[in-house]
Write a protein that binds this ligand. Structure first.
Ligand SMILES: [Zn+2]
Length: 393
């Protein structure tokens, strides 16, 4: 089957949920799976057989008998199937491999020069991921355990991605990338399926699964060099019709004459509150600052110009998020990316949210930092592949 035939997300009782129940240790037998999933024993058996033949589950001998025949135990094979993941940022990429339960097997960070263009940047990253694990053997064929090796690659792009086609559409600060078909490019270089999404969506998927899996409605803001958000609705990533849902980068927060944005408009959130905007604003004030790291250092040192800008950025993010929260009523708003480490920004964002939202929308609202760390993007990328490739319906 191809990626496009796959259901969009894991369904209750679907193969992915069964796999997760075994991986988490909640289920060790078909009987456990039937009890926990609510599926009939025959449906569970059918799906387990399919997962075993794919090499995604294995039988490890007999468990404890409760009177009758001892049930065969199920386990996720170790050293088996892997997922490749690339989380591309403006200056660095995090890449690695994860197992099907979402555990990071190997991860590393590479500096990248976005301006070198998509072929050079993605080509090198894909080669590096491919070198971490051989492609999966075709089930049923000789020459390798069925299901071992690389099963798919998830890629996060720091710009708008048309989700159905994997094409990048009018990204800011990515010269030469507009209209680039990431999936088609990857299909020429690797035999495994490749799934592409924007980096904020990957952060939302990774953090939601790791930290808030019990919450159905969540908004995750990624505030680094650029600024964006991913939305979880009804427990699933909400992409909207084309894949642009949650992209708050170019919402207007400052009336004319606001700062000129990379998109050509003025007063966009990204032109006021992103890392790139803080660097530009400080330089305009005559403060010699190299990059976002330099800005963060100034804020840590209590520099009043940098701190005032961070507070203004936090208020601007809060104003846009207040609209989102009033409209969407999430249980949690979490902010990640480099700017989430900036306390004055977070405090202003929080204050603005409380000031501008309906009391009903904020009375139980969690406002937090994303806590999953540097691997949140590749964890989301792996989740994306599991959702689209491993779940055969
Ligand atoms: Zn803009």
């Amino acid at each position: 089957m191809t990626i496009d035939d796959a259901p969009r997300d894991g369904l209750r009782g679907g193969p992915r949920e069964l796999l997760r129940l075994v991986a988490s240790g909640a289920a060790v037998s078909r009987a456990d799976l039937a009890r926990l999933s609510g599926l009939s024993p025959s449906t569970v058996s059918q799906r387990v057989e399919a997962l075993i033949s794919e090499g995604l589950l294995q039988e490890t001998g007999a468990g404890k008998s409760r009177g009758g025949r001892r049930p065969r135990q199920l386990a996720v094979p170790t050293g088996g199937a892997l997922i490749g993941a690339i989380d591309l940022g403006a200056h660095h990429a995090r890449l690695g491999t994860l197992d099907l339960t979402g555990r990071v097997v190997e991860a590393r960070t590479r500096p990248v020069r976005i301006e070198d263009g998509p072929e050079a940047v993605l080509g090198a990253l894909l080669d590096e991921v491919a070198a971490l694990a051989p492609a999966a053997a075709v089930p049923g064929q000789r020459g390798g355990a069925a299901g071992s090796g690389l099963r798919g690659i998830g890629i996060g792009i720091p710009g708008p991605v048309h989700y159905d086609t994997g094409r990048i559409v009018s990204p800011s600060r990515m010269p030469g990338w507009n209209g680039f078909d990431v999936r088609e490019f990857c299909a020429r270089r690797t035999d495994v399926p490749v799934v592409v999404d924007n980096d904020a969506n990957l952060m939302a998927l990774g953090e939601h699964r790791a930290v808030h899996a019990d919450l159905d409605h969540a908004v995750y803001v990624k505030a680094g060099t650029g600024i964006g958000a991913g939305v979880i609705s009804g427990g699933r990533l909400h992409r909207g019709a084309q894949g642009s849902a949650g992209d708050i980068s170019h919402c207007r927060v400052v009336a004319d004459p606001g700062p000129l944005c990379s998109c050509g408009n003025t007063g966009c959130l990204e032109a006021v509150a992103s890392g790139a905007a803080l660097v530009a604003a400080l330089r305009e004030q005559g403060v010699p600052v190299e990059d976002l790291t330099g800005v963060m250092r100034l804020i840590d040192d209590g520099d009043r110009h940098a701190t005032a800008l961070a507070r203004r950025a936090g208020r601007s993010i809060g104003e846009i998020l207040a609209v989102v929260v009033n409209f969407f009523n999430p249980q949690v708003v979490a902010i990640g990316g480099r700017l989430a480490e900036c306390e004055p920004l977070l405090a202003s964002m929080r204050a603005t949210l409380y000031e501008r939202c309906l009391p009903l929308a904020t009375q139980a609202l969690l406002i937090e930092r994303v806590v999953t760390g540097a691997d949140v993007g590749i964890m989301g990328a792996a989740q994306l592949v599991v959702d689209r490739v491993v779940e055969p319906g």
